[in-house]
Write a protein of this length. Structure first.
Length: 298
């Protein structure tokens, strides 16, 4: 009989525990309203902008470019690029900057336009005047004397020859067809033209060997500012053709010099090269072309 109270007490305790468990499981859950961050759509992935094509006569600066390299690749004098783009510092060009690499057609036309020929003088119209007091009687002697002292009414001023048209840059440059070429140096060819790998030809030689201008022209660059070329000379022969002479030990001409075909312009060397050689290029409109197309056979 003593176990009845214990069983009753145990039943009461189990009931309380079950009630607590049921209360815990049925606890209400309050839903929180969605915030703006949860409803905002995910941003669309950024589209990579395609590089813009350069307009005619312009070039967009890319990483690693220098003004000298841009000038060489477009067959121009870097000083002209400085002037055309109003650059204060030739070394301060930025990626994405758009540069003009050809002269403005309007300004070029003004520089090359010849001086117009003045119009011929208009003959003077004789005017009626009162009889002169010193009028002489008619005679052959009087007529002869009058012809010698009086100007002819139909006399016209001699025409003035027009000034010759001078190309931009102040030097007369011949046409491509009239150019005469020669080899820039003696020696064995150790590398031929390959547009993808070698933009010219390489000629082996001795340190200090003479390097001559392959054709008449004007020195548009003389220095070492273009990586991979060492001491470099660039000669402009026409409005579309130039030649380049790289890896020299010494340069004996300066920018602006007019050089004749066969004139010594440098001494062969190994500047920025692994051996003594002359790297020779011919560029047409800035694009490398095979020098064999121009040089005579040997």
């Amino acid at each position: 009989m003593k176990q009845a109270p214990r069983l009753a007490l145990l039943t009461i305790i189990l009931g309380l525990v079950a009630g607590c468990t049921s209360t815990t499981r049925q606890a209400p859950v309050t839903e929180r309203p969605a915030t703006a961050n949860h409803t905002r759509p995910a941003p669309a992935p950024a589209r990579a902008e395609e590089p813009k094509q350069d307009e005619r006569g312009t070039y967009t600066v890319r990483r690693g470019d220098t003004l000298l390299r841009i000038a060489l690749d477009h067959g121009q004098n870097y000083r002209d690029l400085v002037a055309w783009n109003n650059l204060r510092d030739p070394d301060d060009i930025k990626v994405g900057q758009v540069l003009r690499v050809t002269q403005n057609e309007r300004s070029a036309a003004v520089q090359t336009q010849p001086v117009p020929t003045p119009p011929p003088a208009t003959p003077a119209v004789p005017r009626k005047t009162a009889p002169r007091a010193d009028k002489k009687p008619y005679s052959e002697a009087t007529v002869a004397e009058t012809r010698e002292t009086s100007p002819r009414a139909d006399a016209v001023a001699p025409p003035v020859a027009p000034a010759p048209s001078v190309p931009v840059g102040g030097s007369v440059i011949v046409d491509d067809e009239k150019l005469s070429w020669m080899w820039p140096s003696d020696g064995r060819i150790i590398a031929t033209f390959d547009e993808g790998k070698n933009k010219g030809i390489d000629i082996a030689g001795k340190m200090g060997q003479q390097v001559v201008a392959a054709g008449a022209g004007k020195v548009m660059y003389a220095g070492s500012g273009i990586r991979g070329y060492g001491n470099l000379v660039i000669v402009k022969h026409s409005n579309s053709l130039l030649s380049a002479y790289a890896h020299n030990r010494k340069i004996v001409v300066k920018e602006g010099d007019n050089v004749a075909k066969g004139q010594v312009i440098a001494e062969m060397g190994d500047s920025d090269a692994d051996l003594v050689k002359l790297h020779f290029e011919i560029r047409q409109q800035g694009k490398p072309v095979d020098p064999a197309r121009f040089l005579p056979g040997r």
